[in-house]
Design a protein around this ligand. Sequence first.
Ligand SMILES: Cc1cc2nc3c(=O)[nH]c(=O)nc-3n(C[C@H](O)[C@H](O)[C@H](O)COP(=O)(O)OP(=O)(O)OC[C@H]3O[C@@H](n4cnc5c(N)ncnc54)[C@H](O)[C@@H]3O)c2cc1C
Length: 433
Amino acid sequence: MFGLRPPLDTAEHTSSYYAATANQQTDYAPLANDVEADVVVVGAGFTGINTALELAERGREVVLLEANRLGWGASGRNGGQIIGGIGHDPERFQRHIGSDGARRIHELGIEGPDIIRERAERYGIDCDLKWGYCDVALKPRHLRQFAEWRDHQAAVGNPHEYWLLDREELRAYVNADVYLGGLLNHANGHLHPLNLCLGEARAAESLGTRIFEQSRVTEIIPGARPRVVTAQGSVRANTVVLCGNAYLGKVIPRLASRVLPSNSSVIATEPLPAKLAQSLIPGDVAVCDPRTALDYFRLSADKRMLFGGLSNYTGLEPRDLVGTLRRKMLRVFPALADVGIDYGWSGQIGIGLNRMPQLGRLDGNIVYIQAYSGHGVAPTHVMARITAAMIDGSPTDFDVFARIPHHSFPGGKLLRRPGLALGMAWFKLRDTL
Ligand SMILES: Cc1cc2nc3c(=O)[nH]c(=O)nc-3n(C[C@H](O)[C@H](O)[C@H](O)COP(=O)(O)OP(=O)(O)OC[C@H]3O[C@@H](n4cnc5c(N)ncnc54)[C@H](O)[C@@H]3O)c2cc1C
């Protein structure tokens, strides 16, 4: 499509700010023989690494296989925004999960940021963790939506405080003329996502998890003890957990048809003078607007502006990613006009049709977790925990999610992308009204 191109990914990390400032460069050997395990986890993003860690904490023997590098996918290249909640409106699924199920999803959603806090503290993970988050309004109706959302959260038992800010109050946190106000909270926040991934993987390894990089699973042979196969080896285990999400590809066509890899991009400026950084986001909060193709941004620990957006359903990235995103950033912060851009990259988000993470069993002992629809930093931690609990004999929370029906995208392989791209164009148009 005009102005777009396939992402220029290789088997090494994308050229992101995160990869350049990672605490550690991993170099685990590829799987090179046939091994046995209790559980084999496929894909080492937040979902896979945390599933391995949760299982290792429960004394399970785990093998973790990653096609590229740990945190190579969305987990190591996202906006770094920690957002509580899971999916959208669990009440929509009450017919399948009951009101108790919907309430439980709300409770689990509140736990997501807490799990990240626990992980960082317990394992001493240096990942620039900060608390503070602001949704920002571009239209009066956004402010009304924020107020409704805040009231709904109180009604479903969310214990955290949310402050509705008018234009002037917002300036103490986010200082940009384009916003009419915002909704502030301190339950959410931001971090260096790749460093969290790497720290969590180190923790799993310290508890006995065997890790292999450059080990793409190409085949899964079902059975009483299913076997996953890579180019040079295989793992036979009691349970397989598939965590490849938007990058899993066609290993299991049924799963692929339910998740649409969609692209989103981020740029990182050069480090800003402290005074300038402080003047733009005085609250050092993570920021997000409520549009379909939203802007999301925050300051890094070394005071760069990390500005994300340009989400689209084609799975392609903008040819001029840096220039296009820079223009968007300057609409919000014109004061950055003379600031250089050091990094620009994109990644694939796994979108599901009903915007609720997909989790379930194939053949009983092959389990999958995918499709966070652009909001996964905190929810991945929850899904990993409840999946590990299920494998360990406590399936109650897992089964709540597994009862939610998920459908394939309509139109088959050929039509689902154009159909959705059209749908997104419509939502973008509606956002301008
Ligand atoms: C640009 C961008 C910005 C985002 N911003 C935010 C944000 O600010 N806040 C937020 O909450 N969410 C955000 N998200 C979404 C969030 O990053 C994801 O929901 C989350 O990281 C998903 O984690 P995951 O582990 O399920 O998948 P991934 O992190 O994508 O990991 C999947 C891994 O599986 C591996 N893999 C795939 N197939 C195989 C195979 N066959 N064999 C072996 N390995 C395999 C891949 O190489 C990859 O490393 C963003 C996403 C993107 C792309």
